[in-house]
Design a protein around this ligand. Structure first.
Ligand code: ADP
Length: 346
């Protein structure tokens, strides 16, 4: 069942358009991430969903009700901010109770909801603490609990982990996924961090320059992106201009590679670094230009004619030195990207 429908929302500022018609459907209980680079319109869309900014056109429906003209407090939405935004002069317990008091939730139910949120957000024993007496991770858990107690129809997350250090971010990322599994709240999570999006989401909406580029599960978008933008934004890839010849394509340096679809003529393919390998070969077409030991694998940059390939090879016992001539191997087929974007970008 569709919980949230964003229909053809646009946003114009005085001299520019921040959102071209954007349409997104979110199913009930789904965790959808909006992923895109800085300036792509994520915050603008979030502000419109919350009701602190009005769209120039379009409609938003939440749980069957049109909400785009309602004030923020009349929308059944709770938000977890990047900056936590806790009330500094209130204890954890009072922070959690505030929204419920405003909504005139009766005291026994208030106490019960707060106790539940404290429990599932790992905040036991911290109810009397003031925000300044908490670590960053604990403050973000309080912000999360404060959103959850409201039992909203929609939970919004605005880059909530980006102020935390890498290890804590990783821990909280797992906690959030587990929490979502338990409470099943319909959630929209906004981030520019592709690894966060891939690890957490049921579906990812990739945005660029005020438009939705593509939508899909993390696996779909990583393995079979339609657009070059998606292929290069989600992880690393090699975008290659080729001449398609049916089920194979000719690479710029003359070798051919299998395609995962049939095409003819100029086309563009995506080949992930881990789908390539290099082996020393004096007659090979490539030359290693740089070597980075990454732990689990080794990342080589390999020049082939005018093209520089990124190749990720497992096992780093005997690193190939820059200058080594190599043969390049391809595992599986190259992924054919959408021709229309190629035509448009050319
Ligand atoms: P993101 O959150 O993805 O970084 P934003 O939604 O903040 O992107 O911005 C989208 C675009 O709208 C950007 O080009 C930004 O410069 C522009 N923009 C945002 N807010 C305003 C504003 N108040 N006035 C004019 N332009 C704005």
């Amino acid at each position: 069942m569709t919980a949230l429908e964003i229909r053809d929302i646009t946003k114009d500022y005085a001299t520019s358009r921040a959102l071209h018609p954007v349409s997104i459907d979110v199913e009930r209980g789904e965790f959808v991430t909006i992923l895109g680079p800085s300036g792509c319109g994520k915050s603008t869309l979030l502000r419109i969903l919350m009701g602190i900014s009005r769209p120039s056109a379009g409609e938003i429906h939440l749980a069957g009700q049109r909400i785009d003209a309602l004030p923020p407090e009349a929308r059944d939405i709770a938000m977890v901010f990047q900056s936590y935004a806790l009330f500094p002069h209130m204890s954890v317990g009072k922070n959690l109770a505030f929204g419920l008091r405003m909504k005139r939730v009766a005291k026994p139910e208030r106490a019960q909801r707060i106790e539940h949120a404290i429990d599932i957000c790992n905040l036991t024993g911290l109810t009397e603490r003031m925000p300044r007496q908490l670590s960053g991770g604990q403050q973000q858990r309080v912000a999360l609990a404060r959103a959850i107690v409201m039992q909203p129809s929609l939970l919004l997350f605005d880059e909530p982990l980006s102020n935390l250090d890498a290890k804590l971010r990783d821990t909280l990322r797992h906690e959030l996924v587990e929490l979502h599994r338990r409470i099943g709240a319909t959630s929209i999570y906004v981030t520019h961090d592709q690894s966060e999006a891939m690890a957490m989401s049921d579906r990812i909406v990739v945005m660029n320059a005020g438009r939705v580029v593509e939508t899909g599960t993390p696996q779909q978008l990583y393995r079979a992106p339609k657009k070059a933008f998606t292929a290069s934004f989600l992880g690393q890839t090699n975008l290659l201009s080729v001449t398609a010849e049916g089920v194979r394509a000719r690479l710029p340096w003359g070798e051919t590679i299998a395609l995962d679809a049939t095409a003819t003529g100029p086309a563009r393919v995506s080949v992930r670094p881990e789908a390539m390998s290099v082996s020393p070969n004096n007659l090979g077409s490539g030359v290693v230009t740089s070597v980075s030991f990454m732990g689990a694998n080794v990342l080589y940059k390999v020049a082939v004619g005018d093209v520089t390939l990124k190749v990720a090879q497992a096992g780093g016992d005997a690193l190939l030195a820059p200058g080594t001539h190599v043969a390049i191997g391809f595992q599986g087929a190259a992924h054919l990207l959408d021709e229309r974007e190629f035509a448009g970008a050319a």
